[in-house]
Design a protein around this ligand. Structure first.
Ligand code: SF4
Length: 417
């Protein structure tokens, strides 16, 4: 197995000649109704096939009946790093973050338009067989995962573990169970734990409980940069239960409970917001004491947005660099200048300083919760989670000279060297 899979070009992204994804162009498809016999994991539950160890997604061929907390899913990169599946990753030795995704035959009960795990796919794929951020997610017994990490101790390359919740009635309780079982055998000081939360099912007490059980960082996958895009992609627009208001409520709870630098929000760039809107949100999060973790929109196969263009690289690079300057270099969004369509025309830093930041390359690496190398280097490197290796959006490794040449060309606002 490899994270570097040969793949056909994404036709929609090649067809896109614009230098940004405007709101009007990024309308998701409407979800189709699912036949009754395929709803709520009915096929998996009716077949009731017992799982036997690791399950590799194989698309509706008698998917076994697996549930968290006994089972979790993990990225292909994490499974390769743990030695659970054989494989290699393009230009990466390993991933530094072990993402554990809760799993149930009923799957996620939300319908987010850009997500491969969304409910509308019930008729097409059993839950454990769905692609998510471009790759398969093998399902693995939690105890087997913990056994490997506990056995390997300091030799394990992970700088962080992250429990990723989905929208399911059991999600809150099972997140607690996974966290408990993990911290009983793995020292959270050695491998800190992040929570990628699902605010829709959570109350403030749930946030407190996770902190008390040893979670280090709490993040909210806001994903959309504006309330309109949120509603269109993960709320009423696609018959999904999420609301902007509830997400912000839990984000503000996390701010108080976890404290400064220990909370953050995910933002997907290129779903119809302007560059000015995305960077204003980044500034808002910094002013609150938190961080933003940024993803480049990629049309996930099977999602309600798989017909839409990936974020053009120049839009992505400008916002990616702007975020880094706001998060780590003290630049404020008010120092930046934007054109009439909200595109960055000036990042608010003298050219020589900007060149030095670009040259360092860290700004273009995957963003997320920090690891052990440096505050501004994320443990969560998600190899090729938001782009193919042939046109990398978030670099899961330090960009080399040839990468920086490409990045400068993509940025457009920074003169080429
Ligand atoms: S809640 Fe998360 S996992 Fe569920 S559909 Fe939305 S983005 Fe995907």
């Amino acid at each position: 197995m490899s994270c570097h899979r040969p793949e056909a070009p994404v036709a929609s992204s090649l067809a896109n000649r614009a230098d940004h994804n405007p709101f009007a162009a990024m309308q998701p498809r409407a979800p189709r109704a699912t036949p009754k016999e395929a709803r709520n994991g009915a096929r998996v539950i009716a077949n009731h096939v017992a799982p036997q160890g690791v399950y590799l997604p194989n698309y509706n061929i008698l998917t076994p009946y697996m549930r968290s907390p006994e089972y979790v899913q993990m990225s292909t990169a994490a499974a390769i790093t743990l030695g659970i599946v054989p494989g290699r990753m393009y230009r990466c030795e390993c991933t530094r973050c072990l993402n554990l995704l809760l799993t149930y035959p009923e799957g996620c009960r939300a319908n987010c338009a850009y997500c491969g795990l969304a409910r509308h796919r019930e008729a097409e794929r059993d839950y454990a067989d769905r692609n998510f951020i471009r790759v398969d997610w093998p399902a693995v017994p939690l105890e087997k995962t913990i056994d490997i990490v506990a056995r390997d101790g300091a030799a394990i390359p992970f700088h962080r573990m992250c429990i990723s919740m989905i929208t399911h009635p059991r999600s809150d309780e099972d997140t607690v169970s996974v966290l408990r079982r993990w911290t009983e055998r793995v020292d959270p000081a050695a491998i800190p734990v992040s929570i990628l939360s699902n605010p829709t099912t959570m109350r403030r007490e749930d946030v407190t409980r996770l902190r008390d059980l040893g979670a280090d960082i709490f993040t909210v996958a806001l994903d959309a940069a504006t309330p309109e895009i949120f509603d269109r992609t993960r709320g009423k627009g696609v018959q999904s239960p999420h609301s902007w208001k509830k997400y912000w409520e839990i984000l503000m709870d996390a701010r108080e409970i976890f404290g400064p630098q220990k909370f953050g929000a995910h933002i997907i760039v290129g779903m119809g917001e302007t560059e000015a809107e995305a960077l204003a949100l980044v500034q808002q999060l910094v002013d609150l004491g938190g961080h933003s973790h940024m993803f480049c929109f990629f049309p996930e196969k099977g999602s309600l947005m798989d017909h839409l263009p990936a974020t053009p690289r120049d839009q992505w690079r400008r916002v990616q660099l702007g975020r880094y300057l706001i998060d780590y270099r003290g630049v404020r969004v008010e120092h930046m200048r934007f054109d009439g369509e909200g595109r960055v025309v000036d990042l608010g830093l003298p050219q020589a300083e900007l060149d030095a930041v670009v040259e360092a390359g860290v700004a273009f690496r995957t963003s997320g919760c920090p690891g052990k190398f440096a505050d501004d280097v994320s443990a969560c490197d998600r190899p090729y989670g938001d782009s193919p290796p042939s046109n990398i959006a978030s670099y899961p490794f330090p960009p080399a000279k040839r990468d920086l040449t490409k990045i400068r060309r993509q940025l457009r606002i920074v003169p080429r060297k």
